[in-house]
Design a protein. Structure first.
Length: 278
């Protein structure tokens, strides 16, 4: 099991946003009642906002959506594993797979919904190509994000990766050429990256789009480099394997993938969040 000392997530208050009338004695998603309560853990932005958008459609089918919000990448999977929520919507496929491998979670990918391109931000430089010799590059401590960062840097011509390395598994140890001697610091909580950028820390700061948007940044306009939207890092709805056939969760995913929801995503975030078309 990979050393987890880098995980220092900030747990949110776990506030439940109850969308629609729950009623007395409401049943949870797996109970088989005609009136069901579906509890979903999500990041504040954009995940919770997208869930809020589809909630009225689900209520028409007798499904009341409860959204537990988290400012963290660890607790939503713990909550799902322990049965505190029925599904979660916050993580990319590579992160989902690594979490199952490392923690023994018995989860299933219920469907891909959107991509949040990872971006590089700088107070001093307009592009990655302008980074000077020995520039400090600040990176989130999520291992799966390391692969995304080195891939972006490779595409920009700043580093060369070892030949044959699997891009979704790449790390800073796979860099064989770093001609500008970039200095990588990757021990920072993902939620803190916007603050570090605003405070002028580092020469380039990599920020996940959900945290960027949640802090008033527009990835399309403010990032000096943005991940290719065809990247494999789609955000998914995850559930316990025992709920793979759960009709309420399947209905949620179906609604999240409709053209109407995809249009909402594009109009709301202007390319900073991109719907997956399957």
């Amino acid at each position: 099991m990979r050393n987890k000392k880098w995980i220092t997530g900030i747990a949110a208050a776990g506030v439940a946003l109850v969308l629609g009338a729950c009623g007395n004695g409401g049943e949870t998603a797996g109970s088989g009642s005609d009136e069901q309560v579906l509890r979903v853990g999500a990041s504040n932005v954009p995940h919770a906002e997208i869930l809020e958008f589809v909630a009225p459609k689900l209520e028409e089918d007798g499904i009341t959506l409860e959204i537990e919000t988290y400012n963290d990448y660890v607790i939503p999977n713990v909550a799902l594993d322990e049965g505190d929520i029925d599904a979660n919507y916050f993580q990319t496929i590579p992160y989902f797979e690594s979490e199952m491998e490392e923690n023994g979670y018995d989860f299933v990918n219920m469907g891909s919904i959107h991509i949040e391109p990872l971006g590089a931000y700088s107070q001093d430089y307009a592009s990655l190509d302008e980074l000077p010799e020995g520039a400090r590059v600040l990176v989130p401590n999520s291992i799966t994000d390391h692969a995304r960062v080195v891939t972006i840097l490779e595409a920009a011509g700043l580093v060369t990766l070892e030949e044959g390395v699997e891009k979704t598994q790449a790390s800073f140890d796979d860099i064989v050429e770093n001609p500008r001697n970039l200095q990588f610091e990757y021990d920072y909580d993902p939620a803190l990256m916007p603050t570090m950028y605003e405070q002028g820390e580092g020469d380039a700061v990599f920020i996940n789009s959900n945290f960027a948007v949640d802090n008033g940044l527009n990835p399309v306009e403010d990032a000096i480099a943005l991940e290719d939207p065809t990247s494999p890092y789609a955000n998914i709805v995850a559930a316990r394997s025992e709920d793979a056939e759960n009709e309420a969760i399947q209905r949620l995913v179906e609604e999240l993938q409709t053209p109407e929801t995809q249009e909402f995503i594009l109009e709301t975030w202007g390319g900073a969040v991109i719907p997956v078309t399957e």
